[in-house]
Ligand binder design. Structure first.
Ligand code: ADP
Ligand code: MG
Length: 328
């Protein structure tokens, strides 16, 4: 196990290649990066931090830690209708991190820099006496005034969500040993937990169709309550309409209580959005074109709370329920 190389060697060897193709990154050899914003575009900026022992386990595969860090940020950009432009990484590595760990971490970053065509243009690298701490900042580009915001929902809109819900929440339960499913389902669900698929293609295409959007990262019900507050509306979702993968469908068939997990669990990284009924036909065409499922799950109404109605017609007792209904 070789010890952590010096900061500058690390940056040159592992991070500078990820800036290739972005002249403004100056090869990660200068104090700062130069960003040209094309005429008629505006920067959309987001950051997410991840701490070992809090957001991932210290012995998780380093390449997957890196990729999850990139993807949770790209999910935020997608939900604003922005195209990914560049990344900045601030990394505080424990002094005893070894070279092979760092190489695998950088390989994970490299994979996603290539997959999403989004260069790493700067950051900072320090050593810490505490746990591994990572913060990624993502820059995106959008057309000013056309970004998708949480605040645009209107009564009469329909509520839609991309992909499937609950895969990651159930995947975590499988990894923690609190849920047993057939082996192939376990592999599928664990992968969904480890490697989010941010909707980078879908998000920008929702501009002009959606009135409001956000990414589902902390659980659909809780996230929708934020959208309700931002828009000054209420939302009613029908649990029976939530899109479920075959693996989750099988788990819910075996234990109906797991349906609530799909509405309240986290780490989905899908986009939930509201759109006027007139946009329905265009959304179905878009879904077919992109090969991304888009499912109508509810309605925007006058009010101030997000409620998920269960199969028996009562609101589901979800974690955070009292918080977002103000009652319960
Ligand atoms: P400073 O001395 O101002 O902290 P550094 O010498 O740490 O700057 O950084 C030198 C260059 O390397 C800068 O362009 C910086 O953006 C880049 N850099 C440092 N750490 C990282 C990192 N983890 N990822 C990407 N770029 C980095
Ligand atoms: Mg520095």
């Amino acid at each position: 196990m070789s010890p952590m190389p010096d900061e500058f060697g690390l940056i040159t060897r592992l991070f500078a290649p990820l800036a290739a193709g972005y002249p403004g990154a100056l090869g990660l050899l200068d104090d700062a990066a130069l960003v040209d914003v094309p005429a008629g575009r505006r920067l959309v900026v987001t950051a997410d931090a991840m701490v070992a022992g809090v957001h991932f386990l210290p012995d998780d595969p380093p390449d997957l830690i890196a990729r999850k860090l990139v993807r949770v940020n790209l999910s935020d950009l997608a939900a604003k209708g922005a195209l990914p432009h560049a990344l900045l990484l601030c990394a505080a590595f424990p002094r005893d991190v070894d070279d092979s760990w760092l190489e695998r971490f950088a390989a994970g970053l490299a994979a996603d820099v290539a997959e999403f065509a989004v260069p790493l243009i700067g950051g900072d690298t320090v050593a810490t006496p505490g746990p591994l701490t990572l913060s990624l900042t993502a820059l995106g580009l959008a057309e000013p005034g056309r970004e998708l915001l949480r605040s645009g929902a209107r009564a009469g809109d329909e509520v839609w969500v991309s992909g499937t819900l609950g895969d990651s929440a159930l995947g975590l339960m499988v990894l923690q040993g609190t849920l047993t499913v057939p082996p192939a389902d376990a592999v599928f669900l664990a992968d969904r937990y480890h490697l989010p698929r941010p909707r980078t293609t879908l998000g920008p295409r929702l501009v002009g169709l959606a009135h409001a959007a956000m990414d589902v990262s902390d659980g659909l019900a809780g996230d929708l309550s934020h959208l309700c507050r931002a828009s000054g509306v209420g939302i009613v979702v029908t649990a029976g309409d939530l899109p479920l993968s075959p693996a989750v469908r099988r788990a819910v068939d075996a234990d109906a209580a797991l349906l609530a997990k799909c509405a309240s669990g986290g780490d989905d990284y899908e986009i939930v959005f509201t759109a006027p009924p007139a946009a329905g036909a265009a959304l179905r065409l878009l879904s077919a074109e992109l090969g991304v499922a888009l499912t109508r799950i509810g309605q925007v109404e006058p009010g101030s709370a997000a409620v998920v109605i269960g199969r028996q017609g009562q609101p589901l007792p979800l974690r955070g329920y009292r918080h977002f209904t103000g009652g319960g």
